[in-house]
Write a protein that binds this ligand. Sequence first.
Ligand code: DQA
Length: 153
Amino acid sequence: MTGRPRVLVLHGPNLDRLGKREPAVYGATTLAEIDASLVELGGELGVEVASFQSAHEGALIERIHRAEDEGAAGVVFNPGAYTHTSIALRDAIAACALPVIEVHLSNVAAREPFRHHSHIAPVAVGTIAGFGPESYRLGLRALVGYLARARRT
Ligand code: DQA
């Protein structure tokens, strides 16, 4: 592969409303600000970052398929509420060879019981939750570290 490894940042439903959505839970940072910060961090870490947001389960699934077909190196994924409901997204991740880091702005383990189970966690490399927008940045760093270790082995 030529050029910098490409990383996909995937955002699920309602995350396009960040900034005005339940700010007490999710903070004041917008999705555009998160994406811009990840592009910048990606530059520092030597990866190219593209992002995609959708409220539609099928669109997210198809974007994961496309990321694999286009030779992306890995995915940082906040599946939103689909975390707790979507076997189809879980299967899409299991079916692709891409490493996926699951991220959440809020600490889902400290919230309502229905947020405690993740269908995604068992097929992700790992999960980062509770650090607000920093969860995404930690997720990107974790993915880049994982990719570097995978290249060495
Ligand atoms: C979320 C947590 C989910 O439970 C919720 O449905 C979201 C956002 C988070 O980033 O904290 O939409 O994924």
